[in-house]
Design a protein around this ligand. Structure first.
Ligand code: 5GP
Length: 184
């Protein structure tokens, strides 16, 4: 039985990665796609588990060979993409596949797989999003300003999605997403 792909996108700092990590830990029945990226691993990140870390050259080869279902340069810094083969296999095997990707990637998937389910993870409010980005402390003030500009544009794209899940609480939002994935 083939299943339906779910794509989770949302603005920067909304907590997509945290929701995905919660699902990885608590919902082994969900098949989470492992993206390729040209950025270096952060402490604790494992190649093949969190990302497939690769050089810009290898990434470009994969794109050229048509092996990426979608790909994008995120925050102007590194390339990220979804390897196509594993997603096709997960769908053919009837698994519950989930992609956690940025908005540009979600639009590409919409163009090639319009039957997929598109879920937008939204912050409870704009102030909350600003607070989360500042609290994270991983970006400089200048980077934060760039990301907030991007976030404004990204928030305006909510209506392109089939569902909006508000990330008021990681566990609650993750459970809502998983129940959407299980519904027909
Ligand atoms: P990070 O570097 O913090 O792990 O991820 C940065 C951003 O890249 C996040 O917004 C995440 O959604 C996005 N991202 C991760 N994997 C992919 C992917 O395969 N494709 C696209 N388009 N974006 C991705």
């Amino acid at each position: 039985m083939t299943s339906r792909l779910t794509v989770l996108a949302g603005p920067t700092a909304v907590g997509k990665g945290t929701v995905a990590a919660w699902i990885r830990e608590h919902h082994p029945e969900v098949w989470l796609s492992v993206s390729a990226t040209t950025r270096p691993p952060r402490p604790g990140e494992v190649d093949g588990v969190h990302y497939h870390f690769m050089s810009g050259e290898d990434f470009a080869d994969k794109v050229g060979e048509g092996e990426m279902l979608e790909w994008a340069v995120v925050h102007g810094r590194a390339s990220y993409g979804t390897p196509r083969g594993p997603v096709d296999r997960a769908l053919a095997e009837g698994k519950l596949p989930l992609l956690e990707i940025d908005l540009q990637g979600a639009r590409q998937v919409r163009a090639s797989m319009p039957d997929a389910r598109f879920v937008f993870l939204a912050p409870p409010s704009w102030d909350e999003l600003v607070g989360r980005l500042e609290g994270r402390g991983t970006e400089t003030a200048q980077e934060r300003a760039v990301r907030l500009d991007t976030a404004k544009v990204e928030l305006a794209a909510q209506h392109e999605f089939d569902h909006v899940v508000v990330n008021d609480d990681i566990r609650r939002a993750a459970e809502e997403l998983v129940s959407l994935m299980r519904s027909h």
